[in-house]
Design a protein around this ligand. Structure first.
Ligand code: PGA
Length: 252
């Protein structure tokens, strides 16, 4: 059976103290409750705290991811963080394509493809986000939109390159809004996304691929979403900031 994956995307939240105390409490909980190994938990704190977070989680089953990387390898790019810098502090996972990166930082599919290629070059596991806006769903264009997002980004990768890819379907209208896709709506889209991977890369790899749902997951709706056949876990924003809520989601 595939492991369910829960990712805490903290975005630009939690300072040094909040980050370190959250992680210490999380570790304590995992140790005491002996959370079973059918789940994989990944935390994505802000860049400045990745190093200390890695030290805290060393030797545990909890994983870390960066929230972004620069599409350039190195050089005069003020304010950017490279794949090799992250690798040098032991970070091997990265979230790419998040709708907030697309919207506020103008990351196009072209830029995202460059980020994917750099991340792969440095051996990163990529969590790649796609999803449609409210308007696109109103016009019933959601399937076209996610297909285009895939065709212009990850579908430029070889079978080998996508072997560790984690996909996240995050309808933009559901992110941070309190509106969640219904389990059926999400399942329909997840099945569709998987079918696109099957057409492109074949059944074996596509059936093994984890496709996470993201968008206003909370402790009340997580179980229903996660029980859908093609939903392999969740990418959680707001509800991952409080440890009690987040733990309830993990236990769902
Ligand atoms: P949300 O964010 O859970 O706050 O909706 C999800 C995300 O942006 O990944």
């Amino acid at each position: 059976m595939k492991k369910k994956i829960v990712i805490a995307n903290w975005k630009m939240n939690h300072d040094f103290y909040e980050t370190t105390s959250f992680l210490r409490n999380l570790l304590k909980f995992f140790f005491e409750k002996k959370i079973n190994n059918k789940k994989k938990v990944i935390i994505a704190p802000s860049f400045p705290f990745l190093h200390i977070s890695n030290q805290i989680l060393q030797g545990s089953s909890l994983n870390l991811a960066a929230q972004n990387i620069c599409q350039m390898e190195k050089g005069s790019y003020t304010g950017e963080v490279s794949a090799s810098m992250l690798k040098s502090i032991g970070i091997h996972k990265v979230i790419l394509g998040h709708s907030e990166r697309r919207k506020y930082f103008y990351e196009t599919n072209d830029i995202l493809l460059k980020k994917i290629k750099i991340a792969l070059k440095y051996g990163f596991h990529i969590i790649f986000c796609i999803g449609e806006t409210a308007l696109e769903r109103e016009k019933n264009e959601q399937f076209l939109i996610v297909k285009k997002q895939l065709e212009e980004t990850v579908f430029h990768c070889s079978l080998e390159e996508i072997s560790d890819l984690i996909m996240a379907y995050e309808p933009i209208w559901a992110i941070g809004t309190g509106k969640t896709a219904s389990p059926e709506e999400a399942q329909t889209m997840h099945r569709y996304i998987r079918s696109l991977f099957i057409d492109k890369y074949g059944e074996t790899i596509s059936k093994k691929m984890s496709i996470l749902y993201g968008g206003s997951i909370n402790d009340l709706n997580a179980r229903n979403l996660f029980s859908q056949e093609d939903i392999d876990g969740g990418l959680v924003g707001n509800s991952s900031l409080e440890i009690e809520k987040f733990l309830k989601i993990v236990q769902s």
